[in-house]
Design a protein around this ligand. Structure first.
Ligand code: MG
Length: 388
């Protein structure tokens, strides 16, 4: 019986994780649940799994949940997330909190010796060196839940990394890969939230439309597989059937295919090194018909180049990229900036950043907070220019 704590239990990955775990009551016990503020869904998960500890990030929402008398310890804030991440009784922590708030709980879970099923790519984008070093020190496994990284992990299957020439991350291209660049300025949040192949949360849907999601995944892959950025390629593959590939030194390529459904990578992280039965519908290649590929147009998707710049620069720069992107995406969803302003805000924030060595989580978080302020200032100064 594997005992699991799920951070981000009410989000898209969390809900899928709950479904997978619910299908294997003989294999898993949920001991911890953590969410931001969706307490109605959290309440139904508590009643179903009877965990030992529940964390609600939002204090007011935690207070409302406490009034329901659910006979479970309910904690709150970042401290609460860390409590759920470090439970004595947990063997594995599913890290699926959206964005930078996922870093500290994930890091603390590793420090507590918990294996990690990692969906929160930001933990590696912000502090990949620190996170992977800590995991190595504690003998902790970091099992990828991101579909591309799960695909690479499955293609590599413990092979010697000396045999690897490159890894190739596939990107659906989001909803706009056919759109002409001249139409990008007018893209609305509604347009960008309509993803053609994957059903995901709001933040990651926007990141997918700008290709920043792929940029963050390049950085994630560099840390996860210990590769320099020049060994990580991106190719657009609109059908989202091949989830990523490994090119070997002899010229052979191994690709990982399935229907696009996050239950695939989630199940693999939970069942590893084995596999569960009947997780996904059978892949009918004749019905798919064609698999197509094209190189990403970096004029349309400057965010991808910014991510490569950030990881090449190293230190605190990837963390600054991520922070500025989070602020810019929020401003886009609030209709304060345009779609094409997102990479502009990130680029300006990065230009203004003095790179530091990422020698502690505090250094990383300070850089992130400062970058968020700078990105906000850039957005405000742009708004005041538009008004005047
Ligand atoms: Mg992904």
């Amino acid at each position: 019986m594997k005992r699991i704590s799920i951070l981000g239990a009410t989000g898209s990955i969390g809900r899928n994780t709950v479904e997978v775990i619910g299908g294997h009551p003989d294999k898993f016990r949920v001991v911890g649940l953590a969410a931001k503020n969706n307490i109605s869904l959290l309440e139904s998960q508590i009643r179903r799994f009877r965990p030992e500890v529940v964390a609600v990030y939002d204090e007011a929402a935690a207070e409302r949940l406490r009034k329901k008398d659910l006979h479970v310890e309910i904690c709150s804030g970042e401290e609460g997330l860390v409590r759920a991440a470090t439970l004595n009784n947990a063997d594995l922590v599913v890290s699926a909190i959206v964005g930078s708030p996922g870093l500290v709980p994930t890091y603390e879970a590793i420090r507590a010796g918990k294996d990690i099923a990692l969906a929160t790519k930001e933990a590696l984008v912000m502090a990949g060196g620190l996170v992977m070093a800590e995991a190595a020190r504690r003998g902790v496994r970091v099992l990828p839940v991101d579909s591309e990284h799960s695909a690479i992990f499955q293609c590599l299957n413990g092979r010697d990394m000396k045999e690897v020439e490159k890894i190739v991350l596939t990107a659906s291209g989001g909803p706009f890969y056919r759109k002409h660049i001249s139409e990008f300025e007018a893209i609305t949040p509604e347009d960008a939230l309509r993803h053609p192949t994957w059903d995901m949360g709001r933040k990651i849907s926007i990141d997918s439309a700008t290709l920043m999601n792929k940029g963050l995944e390049v950085i994630e892959a560099c840390w996860l597989f210990d590769l320099p950025p020049e060994k990580v390629e991106v190719v657009l593959h609109p059908q989202s059937i091949i989830h990523s590939m490994v090119k070997f030194i002899d010229g052979c390529v191994i690709a990982h295919m399935s229907v696009p459904d996050m239950k695939g990578p989630i199940s693999y992280a939970l069942s590893w090194p084995g596999r569960f039965d009947a997780v996904l519908p059978a892949l009918d290649l004749a019905a798919v018909g064609e698999l197509t590929f094209l190189a990403p147009d970096t004029k349309k998707y400057p965010s991808l180049l910014l991510a490569y710049d950030a990881i090449r620069t190293g230190g605190t720069m990837p963390c600054v990229l991520n922070a500025a992107n989070e602020v810019a995406v929020e401003a886009f969803l609030d209709r304060r900036i345009s779609f094409t302003d997102i990479p502009r805000v990130i680029s300006k924030t990065m230009s203004g950043h003095k790179v530091l060595k990422s020698d502690s989580i505090d250094t990383v978080i300070n850089a992130s907070n400062r970058a968020r302020e700078q990105a906000r200032e850039i957005i405000e100064s742009q708004e005041s220019r538009v008004k005047s």
